[in-house]
Ligand binder design. Structure first.
Ligand code: LIP
Length: 258
C-alpha cells in the first residue's frame, strides 16, 4: 500500500472508530434536523474535525471541503469528506453508514476511501492501482441480464418526489430489484464490490461521492460525469454501473456513462 493510501486508511479508520463508539454508547447520539429529512448529529461535526486535523498533520496546506464545515471548492490538492454518510441511519440506530474521503488533484480524483465500521469494511482505490476491500482486490459484478440486477436508487428531499418515483418505476418495470439504503457513498461502494449492479440518484452532493467514484472505475465499472458542470460546489445527478449493464443502465436512467 502506498504512503498516501496508508495515511488515508488511518484517517478513515479513526473516523469510523469515533462513529462506532458514539453509535454503541449507552446514551444514543442526539440529533437535530438541518431540514426536512436531513439529520445532523454531534458525531458528524466531531468526525469531520478529526479528519481536518489529520489532513493538516499529514498533508499541511491541502484544502478540505466537508459536508458540515464547508470549505474550498478548488485548489491543487482538495480533500472532500462526508464524515457520516447515512446520517439518518446513524441517528436512528440503523447500522448502515460510513465515512467517505476523496482526494482530488488538479480537478481529478486520485484516491478515495469508504470505511463502514459496523462490518469493519475498508473500501479503497488509488488511480491506476486498483480497488480493494480489506486488502482483497475488488471487481464489479458480471451480471449482464437486467432482470437479474439489483439497483440502488438514492433519495433525498432535494429532488421532487415524482422524479424519484419515476426512476424507481422504470427500474422495477425493467426487472431490477430496487433498493434504497440511505447512504449514497455505501451504495456506490457496493457497486465497486459487485454486491449490486448500479446506483442512481437524481441529485447527490460531492462529499457523498468523492470517496466512492474511483472505487468503481478502478474495479472495472463506469460512472457518469459527475464533476461537470459545478459538481464539487453544487452536486449533480449520479449513475454508476458494472460494465456488463453499462448500455442498459444509461438507457434506463438517461444518463451517459463514461
Ligand atoms: C446521504 C446521501 C444520499 C442520500 C441519503 C443521504 P447524508 O447523505 O449519501 O444522497 O440518498 O438520503 O442524504 O446526508 O447521510 O450525509
Amino acid at each position: 500500500m502506498t504512503e498516501l493510501m496508508t495515511a488515508i486508511a488511518e484517517i478513515v479508520r479513526a473516523g469510523g472508530t469515533t462513529m462506532r463508539q458514539a453509535f454503541t454508547a449507552p446514551d444514543k447520539p442526539a440529533y437535530s434536523m438541518k431540514g426536512r429529512q436531513d439529520y445532523l448529529t454531534a458525531t458528524d461535526g466531531a468526525v469531520e474535525q478529526l479528519v481536518r486535523d489529520a489532513i493538516e498533520r499529514h498533508f499541511p496546506g491541502d484544502a478540505v471541503l466537508g459536508e458540515e464545515g464547508g470549505g474550498s471548492v478548488d485548489g491543487t490538492r482538495l480533500w472532500i469528506v462526508d464524515p457520516v454518510d447515512g446520517t439518518a441511519n446513524f441517528a436512528r440506530q440503523i447500522p448502515h453508514y460510513c465515512i467517505s474521503l476523496g482526494l482530488m488533484v488538479d480537478g481529478r480524483l486520485e484516491a478515495g476511501a469508504i470505511y463502514e465500521p459496523n462490518q469493519d469494511e475498508l473500501f479503497m482505490a488509488q488511480r491506476g492501482k486498483g480497488a480493494w476491500l480489506n486488502g482483497e482486490r475488488m471487481q464489479v459484478s458480471g451480471v449482464s441480464d437486467i432482470k437479474l440486477s439489483t439497483v440502488e436508487i438514492g433519495w433525498s428531499p432535494r429532488i421532487p418526489v415524482q422524479t424519484y418515483v419515476d426512476m424507481v418505476g422504470r427500474a422495477a418495470h425493467a426487472g431490477c430489484s430496487v433498493r434504497r439504503a440511505g447512504s449514497g457513498a455505501l451504495g456506490l461502494a457496493y457497486v465497486a464490490a459487485g454486491r449490486i449492479e448500479a446506483y442512481a440518484e437524481a441529485h447527490i452532493n460531492s462529499w457523498d461521492v468523492a470517496g466512492s467514484l474511483l472505487l468503481i472505475t478502478e474495479a472495472g465499472g463506469h460512472v457518469s460525469d459527475f464533476w461537470t458542470p459545478g459538481g464539487i460546489a453544487n452536486g449533480n445527478p449520479i449513475l454508476a454501473s458494472n460494465a456488463a449493464l453499462k448500455s442498459s443502465m444509461q438507457d434506463l436512467f438517461g444518463t451517459p456513462l463514461i
